[in-house]
Design a binder for this molecule. Sequence first.
Ligand code: AQP
Length: 337
Amino acid sequence: MKTILTGLRSNSVLTLGNYLGALLPMVRLANKHSNEAQVNIFVPDLHSIISEVDGDLQTNIIRNLKYYLAAGLVTNDNVHIYRQSHVPAHSELCWILNCVATMGETSRMIQYKEKSKGQESCNVGIFDYPILMAADILLYSAEYVPVGEDQFQHVELTRNLAMRFNHRFGEDIFTIPVKTADQVKFMGLSDGVRVRDLLDPTKKMSKSTKAENSKIMLDDTPEKAAKKIMSATTDSLGKIKFDMFNQPGISNLLQIEALVNDRPLDEVVEEWSGKTSYGDLKKQVAESVKTMLTNFQTKLSAISDEQVYELLNEGESYANKVANAKLYEVQKAFGLR
Ligand code: AQP
């Protein structure tokens, strides 16, 4: 059975970018494939502490998992939910992979450069983040890892580490995740998703960006979220066109409109092409986001902590079994066992 796997850090409430770029695609994949694939959804709580945690980490973790259920995740015997720090094999394999990865390739990671930019001293976790992510993936032989476009480089790094390891030990211990271009196809998208910052659309929307109006948080009231869309930065060109390079603000709004309504981007672009009223476009997108958040938050409020803990019980027992078996193979290859 193939494995599909994803995780979202719990350093704060998630953004609309996290939701549209990673969480919703994962829920759709899980619902479509969970009869013929293992679906692993985990909270990378060890990844969550590489940066400041906004709020209480335990609360964030449980809320993060409720988001999947509110987004419509099916729960059956093939869907496994677990916390990274409750499966110690992740940290153990991360250390071993640290001894396979090179400083050069890890230093080239764009996320590392971005997250460490402007910091007087940056913690080692920020640098090592992609290696722990590789461990998260390889322990479960996951072929499919639905992530936003910003994480594609980490998936490629995982592939390289796995191939190097297999080559060195002459055995196919690790399953190589599929190329990112094929990950996108598997997600049913024409391209990777990168929802942009509403105030500076040249950047991606991020949880940790300080400016409130730059991002839509999943706990924003629908009205507040609509206002943020209405105040999004656009341009002075006066025509609606999908052109991320010259019109990133307008293109971002078109992308959000398509994703929120689960419509093909081409169709939405076609509908708006040639029109000139940015106000009309903003009103339409604001309305779509408002409706989406209203439905989502209603479903979220009906999910209890107990439901999540019950799923974690099963998920963590499954995850430890699978991860420990893979770790043992790796330890044996290195002569550690
Ligand atoms: N703007 C985005 N558009 C599409 N996908 C996105 N993702 C993040 N931002 C966007 C995807 O969400 C998943 C979770 O990412 P993460 O929390 O593990 O790490 P991150 O990429 O560091 O997320 P943020 O929002 O940028 O958090 P902060 O500001 O705390 O660092 C990943 O699949 C990512 O691709």
